[in-house]
Design a protein around this ligand. Structure first.
Ligand SMILES: Cc1cc2nc3c(=O)[nH]c(=O)nc-3n(C[C@H](O)[C@H](O)[C@H](O)COP(=O)(O)O)c2cc1C
Length: 404
């Protein structure tokens, strides 16, 4: 199994903005993600958050500016040890002052020295008063950081601690964790435009009733997130799901199979890879009542249904030279035969087949057990949580692109 970002080493640099009070939550979020965490603090940040709290939560000593030039730690060269240790450096919150120091290449604080001495990716989360953020000096400095290859994540908008309203808030812990996850991945999908369909469709009978299926959207969302981590520009065409919209990804909401077809055919115009992970209904009601259908004492009713358009086949016909189309097959019997037939009939490059009768596989689960088939007749069995399965699907897509 591919080694994802588990057990990565994250150096969190906390600076003296009001949002430093959120640093303990950040440390806990990183630890929950399975990462090892060390913290470096500027002197100013100690006015906002206690080093002891951060040491306790990170299970590591905290590096303070007073440790930098101390004869207690000189033998250890704090900034060099931290720089060598870190797989990724996160500056959160990052003050205007620290943005300026980093842009200037200073090494006057322990965290500045670590950033300068490290080859690890650096992600900066500026958080400050909106006027400070919009000041031409700060904008120029942030541009410099980006030109040096640092990832700058713009702050959120809302009520600011200084009493202003506007941009300047530190993003939520989940967003910061997602950005770190991304920084830790290879960028082997960079430059690709990817579209993933996900979730169920709903076919309405009347304004209050519909027919659907139990798809949670988790597999499709995992595939989309994995592509974003690996550098792709990603859109999800999503049926109704109970999942949060993933950070960094555009979600196009749809309801019925016909809506899904419409959005997917549009997206086919300008994407490099389309992954069809949605569970699209095969049939819809022949007619949809505008009013709620009343019981009216009937003991039995029947409604006629008609076939929905075959989205996979339509996209297969639209496929242009160089585009890759990946389909899913959820089956309860004859998995191999059905998957291979669908692969050929619908012009797919790969098909990911689920046996819905297997435990830990298919709808609503966090794990999946699939077989990936290609047009050359190769197949690969994959089992794991949906993130791991997603990662292997992208490896297979990349092999097909490279093999073109
Ligand atoms: C109450 C208070 C809140 C502050 N909040 C912020 C802030 O959110 N963002 C910021 O850039 N500076 C803020 N500052 C200013 C920084 O603390 C100051 O520029 C300091 O020198 C930053 O040092 P550092 O970047 O080394 O941590 C604040 C100052 C005070 C007194």
């Amino acid at each position: 199994m591919k080694n994802l970002s588990r057990s990565s080493r994250v150096l969190l640099c906390v600076t003296g903005g009001i949002a430093a009070y959120k640093a303990p939550h950040l440390v806990r979020g990183f630890i929950r993600s399975g990462w090892e965490v060390k913290v470096a603090m500027t002197e100013a940040s100690e006015a906002f958050v206690s080093p002891m709290v951060l040491a306790t939560l990170s299970h590591n000593r905290v590096w303070r500016d007073r440790d930098y030039l101390s004869d207690d730690s000189g033998w250890h060269i704090p900034h060099i040890s931290l720089a060598e240790w870190a797989d990724v450096i996160v500056v959160a919150p990052c003050t205007a002052d620290t943005v300026a120091r980093l842009a200037g290449g200073y090494a006057s604080k322990v965290m500045d020295g670590a950033v300068l001495a490290s080859k690890a990716p650096v992600i900066v989360f500026p958080a400050m008063n909106v006027n400070m953020l919009d000041h031409s000096a700060t904008r120029r400095n942030l541009d410099i950081l980006e030109s040096m290859g640092y990832v700058v994540v713009e702050p959120d908008s809302g009520d600011l601690a200084c009493g202003y309203e506007g941009r300047g808030r530190l993003p939520d812990v989940d967003v910061i964790v997602e950005e770190v996850e991304r920084a830790l991945r290879p960028k082997d999908l960079e430059g690709l435009s990817v579209v993933v369909t996900a979730g169920p469709t709903r076919e309405f009978l009347d304004p209050v009733r519909y027919i659907s299926n139990p798809s949670s959207g988790k597999m499709g969302y995992s595939i989309a997130k994995e592509a974003w981590y690996r550098g792709a520009e990603v859109r999800i065409i999503s049926g109704p799901v109970a999942l949060e919209s993933p950070h960094g990804i555009q979600v196009i909401p749809v309801t019925s199979a016909e809506d899904m077809l419409d959005a997917a055919t549009r997206a086919m115009d300008d994407c490099d890879v389309m992954v069809k992970a949605a569970a699209v209904g095969d049939y819809r009601f022949a007619s949809r009542s505008e009013h709620k259908i009343k019981r009216e004492g009937k003991s039995e009713v029947s409604f006629s249904m008609i076939a929905n358009p075959d989205i996979a086949a339509t996209l297969g016909e639209m496929k242009k030279q160089g585009q890759i189309l990946v389909g899913f097959a959820a089956e309860t019997d004859d998995l191999k035969e059905n998957a291979r037939r669908k692969l050929r009939a619908k012009g797919l490059d790969l098909i990911v087949a689920n046996d819905l009768t297997e435990p830990g596989s298919g709808f609503g689960t966090d794990t999946n057990r699939v077989t990936i088939f290609d047009v050359q007749g190769n197949s690969k069995e994959v089992q794991g949580d949906k993130t791991e399965v997603a990662s292997i699907i992208w490896d297979e897509v990349l092999l097909r692109r490279e093999g073109r």
